[in-house]
Structures are given as C-alpha cells and as structure tokens.
Design a protein around this ligand. Structure first.
Ligand code: 13P
Length: 257
C-alpha cells in the first residue's frame, strides 16, 4: 500500500452467492467493523438483481455497492444485458470487468473488456478491471508478458484523466477459489510490473495514483502480508467476503495505522 498517493480499496466479490433477503443480516453483522474505516474504501460487488437491496442494507455502513459485469453497449436490443447507465442510475459505485470467470465461461476477450471498461467510465462507475495468468502460463514463464498485453489492451484508448479512476485487480487464475494464495512476493512482483506498464503508457504521476488490488484466496490471515507489498493497494476478495467476520479482518488489515 502507499496511502500517500492512492486509495486502498477492499472489495468483496460475492459471485453468484447469497440471496437478496440475506443482505440485511449480513450488513448488520458487518456494521460494527466498517462504520468508519479510516484508511480504506470498502465495496461489495453483488449480482445485479441484488443491487437495490444491497444499497438499502449498506446505506449506513460506508460500503460502496458494486456490480460484477456490465454491457459494453449503451442501450438497445441486448436481451439479458445490463447497461452502465442502468447501474449508475440505481446508485452503483463499482463494476468488476473481465473477471477470469467471465473470460472462462463467457468467452470475454481483452478487447471486450476494454469496451466494458470504457462503458463503465462513461457512466462514472469505477471499473475494477481484472488481469491474471493461468497456472499453465505461469509455468511457461510468460506471466509478465501476458499481463503486459492484458493491461495494454484493456486500457487502450482510455485517456489519462479517466485512468486515475480505474482500479486494476491482479487475480492469478490458479489462486482463485483454490485456497492457493500467491506468495506476497509473487503477487507484489506482478503488481509492481502492472504499475510499470501504466507508467510507460501514462507517465509517473498517473501510475502512482492508480489502485492495484490483489485477488485470489485473500483471507484474514494473509491480508496483512499481501497489503504490506508497496504496489498492492487492496484486495478483490471472493470466498472470504461472504463471511462478515473474515471480511472484517481483511478491512482491519488495510486499516492499520
Ligand atoms: P477467492 O477469494 O474466493 O479466491 O476469489 C477471488 C476472486 O475471484 C475475487 O474476484
């Protein structure tokens, strides 16, 4: 983390878990831990249908509500899709784009993720754009090249003043939901590399202002060590964000003086 230059953001990704009717109890349990997080912003990204209930439940909690995907198109004949304008209109703050599960199960490419990132920014949503390598790619020794390509393609055509609003999440695919966390050094190395790529594209001032999260089996025990890396400015948290106490531990780790 480097709080002098950029925000620390802890975001939960609930994926396709929980019911709208469970939100109130979850928010009440989380509340004592998040009533005023001093050093970090907290968000929870829920399935689209749960956004209005999440906004009500987290109203007094300082928790920003996020979506997990949006359409690249502005409006029109796209059955089943949800637009950035619709998300913004109900009060959504964040939107995850390019999660590896969207890449894997819905064939999303870096080009599509670029278009979605732009759609989010056009509607004043904060995109959390995901990049990450598979185990096979890591073992082939091409992690950094792959990440460079992903970051460059996803950010293509995004001007510097908008870049400051983009959050990048480094999520090694092999660490997602597996209980296998990247070591703090492995995660830190890639996040430092991502910042170097942004520096080449946008210059040093923009690069140091961008929040870069780590995601992949982050939990209450390993969060502190991961967040101690200079270029890891938060977490995108799956499984551990479903349990209020565990999620609170991660927020606590980000909130240390
Ligand atoms: P886990 O924390 O469950 O590994 O999930 C990470 C993730 O995919 C967050 O987007």
């Amino acid at each position: 983390m480097n709080r002098k230059y950029r925000k620390t953001v802890i975001a939960g990704n609930w994926k396709m878990n929980k019911l709208p009717s469970e939100l109130k109890a979850f928010a009440a349990e989380l509340k004592p831990f998040v009533h005023k997080p001093k050093w970090c912003d907290v968000g929870i990204c829920v399935p689209g249908v749960m956004i209005p209930a999440a906004l009500r439940a987290f109203k007094d909690n300082k928790v920003g509500v996020g979506a997990q995907d949006l359409s690249a198109a502005a409006s029109g004949a796209y059955t089943g899709e949800v637009s950035g304008a619709q998300l913004a209109d109900v009060g959504t703050k964040y939107v995850i784009v390019g999660h590896s599960e969207r890449r894997q199960y819905h064939g999303e490419t870096d080009e599509m993720i670029n278009a979605k990132t732009k759609a989010a920014l056009a509607n004043k949503l904060i995109p959390i754009a995901c990049v990450g390598e598979t185990l096979e790619q890591r073992e082939m020794g091409i992690t950094l090249e792959l990440i460079t390509l992903q970051v460059k393609t996803i950010l293509s055509g995004i001007p510097a003043e908008q870049m400051r609003k983009v959050i990048i999440a480094y999520e090694p695919v092999w660490a997602i939901g597996t209980g296998k966390t990247a070591t703090a050094e492995q995660a830190g190395e890639v996040c430092t590399h991502i910042r170097a790529v942004i520096r080449k594209l946008y210059g040093a001032r923009v690069a140091r202002s961008v929040t870069i999260q780590y995601g992949g089996s982050m939990n209450g025990k390993n969060a502190m060590e991961l967040l101690a890396q200079p270029d890891i400015d938060g977490g995108l948290v799956g499984g551990a964000s479903l349990k209020p106490e565990e999620f609170a531990q991660i927020i606590h780790a980000a909130n240390q003086d």
